[in-house]
Design a protein around this ligand. Structure first.
Ligand code: NAD
Ligand code: UGA
Length: 451
């Protein structure tokens, strides 16, 4: 099937590579010429497990272009551009609108197209995009059959290739049964798992076939916000209990394990720490609260999840203050910049908030991250930090070290060597990622979250 993907970022690129791998004819379009040039050269533009291998494999199959080729015959167009937060909290649809106008201008007479909102978009966006395309076609006098569907994406960064090949479910929101049929065909290789798994992204053992949920466009749009709001709330919930655990002398990691064994609760997304960051939880929770307000409806649970999350970042500052007393003049080393492990993404990364707040209080900040430092240098040129090439260099002369990102390599650091390099003794494990007894046995003072 001919598939055109508009926007070749975390979602567009990984989806495009997965669809190409299972045999579809994929064209990836991005208005950023630098992105397109790098992908054409086979150079990954983002850090994702298994992506370099798939990009290499797709080199002779998938096409990368800066503009949409003529959309002829039968095919699918996936819109996967960014939907950042507007000042009022709602989603900014300028990139989606532009993509829809670009799609309309590329449609050839007689085409049979399903245009899909894969971006996370506000309620009513399927109809909104359909309107833009209809008006575009009318202006150009082009006669074509176009249905707009909603197909939210649930992949998580760091495991985006895995999630694309082995999703928990695929949700198709379409008001036109023909569009449902086309999208069912698009996703058949994943629904039936008929493809040969890529070597770098093997099929998990006992992976059950994913469910296909077909529904209305509106329910599909709301599903995406409900999923992210639920996961964000689950994390804020355990972080709220982490705070109480500190007051009463309990260990939240044991509490989380114990409640997670209840199948109704489940063990995932109960890891207490500095709170959630990333490109979507913050943006999507704010957007759904803003949407609800427009319907004169309050969403106190989601709002509380946002508030607890913000407080959680500030609590880490408080913990440092408590241990170091005066922050001015101290040197603090941040282990990790990315918003979570296995990604180079810095969007809404807690480390950036922490670095800025600490610098405002007069601390000297050093940072280390296994992959995100180049992005930090270009995306945050004014960040008042110095970069360290390795953990030992980072620790040298530090009064405190903070584990901000849960990178695997930070779980097994040589704390004795770090202790010798440090000036002070404080280790704040803002991810509950390291073993307290190992840190303490190196003569350091360990502070975790709710333990
Ligand atoms: P991104 O910023 O990584 O990528 C978006 C890309 O779209 C950019 O490369 C940009 O240059 C390009 N673009 C913008 N306008 C364009 C246009 N008119 N034509 C062609 N290209 C254009 O964004 P992302 O993280 O992939 O997110 C995309 C959408 O998917 C968002 O709505 C997001 O909420 C949603 N989503 C993201 C994730 C994730 O893990 N990142 C997961 C699920 C859903
Ligand atoms: C999240 C969702 O998991 C995806 O399903 C969704 O598609 C995506 O948002 C999106 O819409 O963009 P992602 O943001 O990539 O994916 O990463 P997560 O693994 O969900 O982590 C989000 C944040 O929560 C990270 O900062 C992570 O460190 C934090 N987290 C996660 C915790 O603090 N505790 C946990 O137990 C789990």
């Amino acid at each position: 099937m001919h598939v055109t993907i508009i926007g070749t970022g975390y979602v567009g690129l990984t989806t495009g590579l997965a669809l190409s791998h299972v045999g579809h004819d994929v064209t990836c379009v991005d208005t950023n010429p630098d992105v397109v040039e790098r992908l054409r050269a086979g150079t990954p533009t983002i850090v994702e497990h298994g992506l370099p291998e798939l990009l290499r494999d797709a080199k002779d199959r998938a096409r990368f272009q800066t503009s949409i080729p003529p959309l002829k015959g039968r095919g699918v167009v996936l819109i996967a551009v960014g939907t950042p937060t507007r000042a009022d909290g709602d989603a900014d649809l300028q990139y989606v609108d532009q993509a829809a106008r670009d799609v309309a201008a590329a449609i050839a007479p007689g085409a049979d197209l399903v245009v899909v909102n894969k971006s996370t978009v506000p309620i009513g966006s399927a109809r909104h995009v359909a309107g833009i395309i209809e008006r575009g076609l009318a202006e150009l006098g082009v006669d074509a059959r176009v249905a707009v569907a909603s197909n939210p994406e649930f992949l998580a960064e760091g495991r985006a290739m895995h999630d694309s090949f082995y999703p928990d479910r695929i949700v198709i929101g379409a008001d036109d049964p023909w569009a449902v049929g086309v999208l069912r065909e698009l996703y058949a290789p994943f629904l039936e798992q008929t493809f040969e798994p890529p070597a770098a992204t093997p099929r998990p053992e006992r992976y059950p076939l994913p469910s296909l949920v077909t529904t209305t466009t509106t329910s599909a749009e709301l599903t995406k916000y409900a999923a992210n709001s639920f996961l964000a709330t689950k994390i804020s919930f355990i972080n709220e209990f982490a705070g109480l655990a500190e007051h009463v002398g309990a260990d939240v990691t044991e509490v989380a394990r114990a409640i997670g064994l209840d199948e109704r609760i489940g063990p995932r997304f109960l890891h207490a720490g500095i709170g959630w960051g990333g490109s979507c939880f913050g943006k999507d929770t704010r957007a759904i609260v803003a949407t609800a307000e427009r319907y004169d409806y309050a969403m106190p649970i989601v709002r509380a999840a946002i508030d607890v999350n913000y407080r959680q970042r500030l609590r880490m500052l408080g913990k440092l203050q408590e241990h170091l007393k005066v922050l001015r003049g101290t040197t603090i080393g941040l282990l990790g910049l990315a918003f979570k492990a296995d990604t180079d993404d810095l969007r809404d990364a807690p480390a950036i908030t922490l670095a800025r707040h600490l610098a405002e209080r007069g601390a000297v900040i050093r940072v280390h991250d296994p992959v995100a430092m180049p992005n930090a240098r270009t995306q945050y040129p004014d960040l008042p930090v110095t970069y360290a090439d390795d953990e030992l260099t980072l620790a040298s002369g530090c009064d405190a070290l903070v584990v901000v990102t849960d990178w695997q390599q930070y779980r097994h650091l040589d704390w004795r060597a770090l202790a010798q390099a440090m000036r002070g003794t404080i280790v704040l494990d803002a991810r509950n990622a390291v073993r307290p007894e190992v840190v303490r046995s190196a003569g350091l003072v360990y502070a975790g979250v709710g333990r």
